[in-house]
Ligand binder design. Structure first.
Ligand SMILES: *Cc1c(COP(=O)(O)O)cnc(C)c1O
Length: 398
């Protein structure tokens, strides 16, 4: 008889967004004439850059001729994309990477979720709290022990070190859901920690393109020593609206090793290559052509305009909530605003109040982990008119 992976019994069901959807559905059923506006969207809404569309169209036409059609792509990505990534995302920041340290993929969700496949079950894992749910859930699926590192205003959202030495540490900066960042010196304390304890940092930089302040590191490799201890994840999803196209990449430096039971040091770059060669057959050629077009001069200008649009939304939300007397974190280097609920309202109580009295939807902070209780996440990914109307409605309420 077939048996399940028992660890799957330990993961919560995806309660957060389905519960949000359920409450919105119920409200709409009871108030059919009312228009609900969402500031909770975790997905991009602007159209994809014309430079990207053109590149995808051209690559699609190449597929129609035997001379230029492509079959299976290289597992770790085409050279044209890997070279563009290294040249544009890392060289300008003084980070040197080699082509075989980049692994192009279909998403940072799959990368951050699958990376655990190459790590032993007995690793102690530290994860900031609140967090992108993939980190906790995939480690529970693998049966690993997780220690949560609470991040709140009292520690300025800088995670404390784990109570016992962690083998694997997840850091996501700029952060989803809090929108906060770590300075270079804060990040350096984690790199030093990882060097001292021989731990591995999994650094999720999906929101790198939203950084606006000059002193915020864009890559963990800007910190000395990070090549020995960190894997970095990047994605075209939020940077260039690729949530529906699917393209991302992981950086696995060749200095990175982990220990085998024999005592031997094993290259994580080699292990991840083995993993991808076995379980992944590459990102579509036409999509990689689209991703490479993000780095063209037109592409850069076009995606910058979209990011500026979202960040203008963030400013609008932040200023109006602060004028209403709320405490707002984030929204400067990330498209997320992390708002303290007024009084002693729980995240879900505040959700219900916003929905019922302002017809505005956001995401309850408690859904991202225990330390998110009493907070609420707004996103800047909405349309300008709706963002403006939502903050107008909130003014009347708060
Ligand atoms: C959106 C997001 C990603 C991107 O995932 P893709 O699979 O590349 O779309 C990764 N990490 C975090 C924290 C995110 O919010």
């Amino acid at each position: 008889m077939v048996k399940i992976n028992e660890h799957y019994a330990n993961i919560g069901n995806n309660y957060l967004f389905s519960e949000v959807a359920r409450r919105v559905r119920e409200y709409k059923a009871a108030h059919p004439a009312e228009r609900v506006i969402s500031l909770g969207i975790g997905d991009v809404t602007r159209e994809i850059a014309p430079a990207v569309i053109e590149a995808i169209e051209k690559a699609t036409r190449e597929m129609s001729s035997p001379a230029t059609m492509r079959g299976y792509p290289p597992e770790a990505g085409y050279d044209f994309l890997v070279e563009a990534i290294i040249e544009h995302d890392f060289h300008p920041r003084g980070v040197r990477l080699e082509a075989d340290e980049i692994f192009v993929s279909d998403g940072a969700k799959s990368d951050t979720g699958n990376i655990g496949d190459i790590l032993g079950q007995d690793n102690l894992v530290a994860i900031t709290d609140p967090a992108y749910p993939v980190y906790v859930d995939t480690n529970k699926m693998a049966g690993r022990q997780v220690e949560l590192l609470p991040c709140h205003p009292a520690n300025s959202f800088a995670p404390p070190f784990p109570s016992c030495p962690a083998d694997v540490i997840y850091l996501c900066y700029p952060n989803n859901p809090t929108g906060t960042t770590l300075s270079a010196s804060q990040l350096k304390t984690w790199v030093d920690y990882a060097i001292e304890h021989r731990s591995l940092i999994l650094f999720d930089a999906a929101y790198e393109a939203f950084i606006s302040e000059p002193d915020v590191p864009h890559s963990i490799y800007e910190v000395e020593g990070a090549r020995r201890v960190a894997i970095e994840f990047r994605s075209f999803s939020k940077t260039a609206g690729f949530t529906g196209l699917r393209c991302a990449y992981a950086v696995v430096p060749k200095e990175l090793t982990a220990i085998a039971s024999t005592g031997e040091e094993i290259s994580l770059n080699a292990l991840w290559r083995r993993h991808q060669a076995t379980k992944f057959n590459g990102t579509a050629y036409i999509i990689q052509r689209g991703a490479a077009a993000v780095y063209s001069p037109d592409g850069q200008q076009q995606i910058r305009a979209v990011i500026d649009y979202y960040m203008q939304n963030a400013r609008i939300i932040k200023e109006s909530l602060e004028r209403a007397g709320l405490t707002v974190h984030g929204g400067i280097n990330a498209p997320y605003l992390w708002v303290k609920t007024p009084g002693s309202l729980t995240s879900w109580e505040f959700f219900d109040r916003l929905l019922n009295e302002a017809r505005v939807v956001g995401t309850p902070g408690s859904g991202f982990g225990k330390s998110g209780e009493g907070f609420f996440r707004f996103t800047a990914f909405g349309k300008r008119e709706e963002t403006l109307e939502a903050v107008e409605r909130l003014k009347g309420l708060l």
